[in-house]
Design a protein around this ligand. Structure first.
Ligand SMILES: [Ca+2]
Length: 198
């Protein structure tokens, strides 16, 4: 066992191949919101300092939408994916003071080689207004025909009215997760782990 573990650790150090690759550009918003677009919301702004929830620089993205309907809308970024692959998406979100939003949610839309829409995956997060940063994490599997995806970090708007529903996002990740450790304990469960000696 000791020899196996030592060999394994050397292999990791030698290759670094277990590091997860983030398919997103500018996922940490440390200096701006470059590489993200927001054609369907009222504004997308860079906030210089609102803590650093996951260890990146303090900059984050703020999105706002005023056509409140209880639905969601947000910023977006396109990138290539491999059909049939299971990806992990994660990020940190909050609803800042002054926002009427119910929360935040993250959408992934998949497209085929002809740029035809295939399907979406939605992850919904209810959050406390003027609350702390909260980490969100989910898995999603690209349809077999998918070659491209669109990630949409969004704000879940209030049910009605035209006050700003605002959410902030930071430290986004979309990519293949670690080949070995697929449970970061976000669910509160420990079912993937064992304390017994094999
Ligand atoms: Ca940041």
């Amino acid at each position: 066992m000791t020899r196996w573990l030592a060999t394994f650790c050397v292999a990791i150090l030698a290759t670094g191949s277990l590091a997860a690759q983030n398919l997103l550009l500018n996922p940490s918003f440390d200096s701006d919101v470059t590489d993200w677009s927001a054609p369907y919301i009222d504004r997308m702004d860079w906030i210089a300092s609102d803590g650093n929830p996951a260890g990146s620089g303090p900059g984050c993205m703020e999105i706002a939408y005023t056509n409140n309907s209880g639905g969601s809308n947000g910023a977006m970024q396109y990138f290539d994916v491999v059909g049939g692959t299971t990806y992990q998406l994660s990020g940190w979100a909050k609803v800042p003071a002054g926002s009427v939003a119910w929360g935040a949610d993250m959408w992934v839309d998949y497209y085929d080689a002809s740029d035809v829409y295939l399907e979406s995956s939605d992850t919904l997060f209810m959050m406390t207004q003027d609350g702390p940063w909260e980490q969100v994490s989910e898995f999603t599997t690209a349809p077999a025909a998918a070659v491209r995806a669109r990630l949409r970090p969004s704000v879940l708007t209030a049910s009605s009215g035209t006050d700003e529903s605002i959410a902030r996002w930071d430290d986004l990740f979309f990519g293949t997760s670690s080949a070995i450790f697929v449970d970061d304990f976000e669910s509160g469960g420990t079912s993937r782990w064992t304390a017994a000696v094999p």
